[in-house]
Ligand binder design. Structure first.
Ligand SMILES: [Ca+2]
Length: 182
């Protein structure tokens, strides 16, 4: 797609996390995440940019996340927005959690989990759509723990695949799909 800011795009996102390591069958929803990548040669100011799912993008609910003033994504770096605070790695420089009063990213379950699909949107501060991806389309199924990832990884013109199909990692928030650093 043609993007207002060509170099910034959604590189990876995880709708359905695994259960917590402590056990159970309920996904650890805090672990939902959206990874934004800047493949350009200059930093991009993300202040006021927003992340939506389908319901918030429709206007039915508030944005899932609004990037805080002063949030700058350097060239060649990725910024990860997790659903909940418990998922943010200690010390991570380019990571935060959804700042919508604890409501989280709210990605719906996938088609193969007896639920509707959903979508992710990245919207600029001026309200224009920057990037999006949907798993509402029949045939785009969600598997627990498997993130959607650009293919090739970190390519703004890439198509979409499961991260696991690239380098065998279920998901790689804050890292390249082969788990090397950005
Ligand atoms: Ca990644």
């Amino acid at each position: 797609m043609t993007r207002p800011t060509q170099t910034v795009f959604i590189n990876e996102y995880l709708p359905q996390p695994f259960p917590p390591v402590s056990g159970g069958t309920t996904p650890d929803y805090d672990q939902q995440f959206v990874e934004i990548y800047n493949e350009g040669t200059t930093a991009v100011d993300l202040s006021g940019w927003k992340i939506h799912d389908a319901k918030s993008y429709s206007g039915a609910e508030a944005a899932r996340h609004t990037f805080a003033p002063g949030t700058v994504l350097p060239a060649g770096k990725a910024y990860v927005v997790y659903s909940g605070a418990s998922a943010v790695p200690p010390g991570a420089q380019y990571a935060t959690y959804a700042n919508n009063n604890g409501y989280g990213l709210r990605f719906d379950r996938g088609l193969n989990q007896s639920g509707a699909g959903d979508a992710v949107y990245l919207v600029r501060a001026d309200g224009t759509l920057q990037d999006s991806h949907s798993y509402m389309t029949p045939g785009v199924e969600v598997y627990q723990g498997y993130s959607f990832n650009r293919s090739p990884d970190a390519s703004g013109t890439g198509s979409w695949a499961y991260c696991a199909n690239l380098f065998s990692y279920y998901s790689t928030p804050g890292y390249r799909a082969d788990f090397s650093s950005f």
